[in-house]
Design a protein around this ligand. Sequence first.
Ligand code: SF4
Ligand code: SF4
Length: 437
Amino acid sequence: MARSFFGGVHPKGYKELSSEAPIYPLHPKTVSIAMSQHIGRPCTPLVKVGDRVTIGQKIGDGQGLCVPVHASVSGTVVAVEMRPTPSGTNGMCVVIENDFRDILCPNLKKHESINELTAEELIAIIHEAGITGMGGAGFPTDVKLSSGLGKVDTVIVNGAECEPYITADDRLMRERPERILGGLRVIQKILQPERTAIGIEKNKPKAIEAIRAAADRDVEVRALRVRYPQGAEKQLIQAVTGRFVPPGGLPAAVGCAVFNVATCAAVYDAVYRGMPLVKRVLTVTGRAVTRPSNFSAPIGTLYADLIEAAGGFCCEPYKIFCGGPMMGIAQHTLDCGTIKGNNALTCYSRKDNHEVAHPHCIRCGKCLDACPMHLMPLQLHKARQKSNLEALEKGNVMDCIECGSCAYGCPAGIPLVQSFRTAKKMLRDAKAKEGKK
Ligand code: SF4
Ligand code: SF4
């Protein structure tokens, strides 16, 4: 029987800002495509300044844990250089000036049916299409599928979209359910699960209706309780199956594999339309934006162009997040191009400022009750302040999913998530240093 998960919070959704805005296609003049778009190694650029490229042409690739990146518009490469990326740092980018001729790469190959294709052949197509998890994690989808072969009995599609403000998945489910279900059939063919479920939070009744109408009988469509972070992988597994992924474990350890709805649609495009992952649906929202919207934007669309397409700022933005306010990364420039896992751009106005000038813990324990991973946020924060790596490791800081539930409820306004991001980096750096000795 399905059970709910521990902890979590109920932040105000603000989904109404953009939930009724249909997906609108964008055609930007320039795209800046980052060579590092996923967990794993960055790609090496395969093109140089002056090259002409076509939509779907491979422009970056690499070895090991790496998937290719492709041109998202046709046109001319005008720069291959370090540029700002949504991670907050500069990274190698290929900049293409759009010729607005929408010329497709002649090498794209579509398949009418998957009947004659083996699991390995389908995984190879998904790899070549450069598909990564589009819910934010950015793990290469072909690797998730290969590592799940023979181990997974339950496939779960994540349509929870629990993060406040974001409505991209909601619109995708309402407007393109057949693509999500088509991609899911490919995943089912690869993993051969006994059970397939799609989890959608109850606050998206139209999406639930659209997916139910399009789904085959063997696919359960589950309306989930509205509670943040319902869409986090481990919490979704617990809500749908009652299984608990152990600390440090992966979903496959309990026989599950989770795929975001947008990832399923990308799988459909790769197999049936022969189109690599070159565009995605994302929400541009927040109280600082004139016209909160959902766009289908080529990968690499500049944030400045997204804001302009949404009518510009209606007031001075106080903070801009790549993603939503709970898990998003604060941005310092609008010169970044979108990446594959970029589901939103959320723009806070000054009214949304809840920061405290001198945060001081009052030991209320709210962060402890809110943490869905059973961590002790206050202790971890103190350990991070003292750079106590041993305490951070013992406290399982690497299990922190950076959901922000602890920080959301903290009356002292302590920036706990930033603290844990730093702590995880400290641990990773220390381990890498140890490995080099
Ligand atoms: S400690 Fe990490 S997992 Fe726990 S509530 Fe805070 S951000 Fe979420
Ligand atoms: S919620 Fe904030 S103030 Fe309360 S114990 Fe946790 S860190 Fe301290």
